[in-house]
Design a protein around this ligand. Sequence first.
Ligand code: ADP
Ligand code: ASP
Ligand code: MG
Length: 471
Amino acid sequence: MIVMKFGGTSVEDAAAIGRLVSIVRRELSRQPLIVVSAMGKTTNRLLACAQLAAEGKREDAHNELAAIAQHHFNAAEELASSDHSAELSASLELRFAEVRSYLDDIVAEGRLTPRLSDSVAANGELLSSLIVDAALRANGINSLWTDVRPMMRTSNAFTRARVEFETATPRLLAGFGPILANAGVPVTQGFIGADSDGATTTIGRGGSDYSGAIIGAALDADEIEIWTDVDGIMTTDPQLVPEAAKVSLISFAEAAELAYFGAKVLHPSTLLPAIAKEIPVSVRNSRRPELSGTRIVRTAPLSRALVKAIAFKRGITIVNVTSDRMLMAYGFLSRLFEVFARHQTAVDMVSTSEVSVSVTLDDTHRLEGIISELRELGEVSVESDQALICLVGEQLKFTPGVAARIFSSIEGVNVSMISHGASAINVSFVVAGDQVEEAVLALHREFFHEGHEVHEGNEALGVLRVLRGSS
Ligand code: ADP
Ligand code: ASP
Ligand code: MG
């Protein structure tokens, strides 16, 4: 079997869902299981409704929800067969009634609890999957809408729940296995799950990729396909650098670093379940299904490309702790990291000197508590609005002079932290948030534009250049 995960833009309206149907139809012999995100920006819009409700703006919240409903009913009307249209409308209406009552609960509570936030947000995926299921059936495909929540067991850390694999894996297998065995095509939701009390949870924004990979690993899929709005993993975010080119083949290790350091095309946890089971993952463009996309495999053959791709992540905070007590002392770092662990906050990058330690954080929602505990260890300072940039490539570890090339290409940019060596395949560093675009453009020019470097997409060209002895 294969898992086919379709992101927000790939199910954004009737036309996109129409494309999904033809993509799935071509893969029927491989026993596809379909995982979908919410339509377009629905998650953001639902959360905006919840926010309005929290501010006591009940009418505005209900009006915005009505606009979301209209968009869904329009798509449903275009896609469902006449036999199923009434049934689909009733299912959608039930979901909207549920959201309306959650909005009223939020108004009554006077604030948006993480639990209610998840109850509202989860409806994006529940709604889109109902419409996709109906569209597949209208086209003669034997699909079966399946609520993933009773199977995808998570912790109760609402809005960022952790998947409890010991429970989820056997349930996913028992839930989806028989449908596939009967030649059915399950249609289910990314992003959502439920805790042990049955309360709806979500696993973090952008989490549908991760859901797809978890389901793929549970069912021992032959492949996990991530269908999105770009041609694959690109040399950098094409929104910033339109000339970015597709990377055809990339290793798990390289892709995992890129996702971790901000390449939004894959949720950072996506590859963990796939790596554990060695399941190849591909990233494909649902608007251009004729393209082969990017294949992520255990070991990609070494390409001539020195740098495979450049990722960046905005909104990073640096925390510096300076203390004389660090000098020649042991145990200091362990006490420091215990503070972050107690606050369940992940540290991305670390750099130390004789008397100071700097770490970067992505998630700052417990920063105040962290700082007050760190003050017991030394003097603390915080720099917000920073950005992380990360260059990834299996070849980096074999190539002298890379650092010189990187930093001379961004001469005018102030670099405040550098890390290389922890993973031999990446070089990452921190710059001020307002310089990240300039830096990424310069780095992309240096490594991908001017004939200096060859990447997978230009492999044939690169071989030619080498044969002809040109640069
Ligand atoms: P989906 O809704 O399908 O999950 P996302 O918006 O989450 O799609 O991810 C796709 C987006 O990721 C692209 O539109 C692109 O702007 C962004 N992106 C960032 N870095 C990269 C990269 N290296 N390669 C491809 N896309 C990238
Ligand atoms: N719909 C969710 C979000 O917007 C999950 C996803 O799209 O991956 O975050
Ligand atoms: Mg995504």
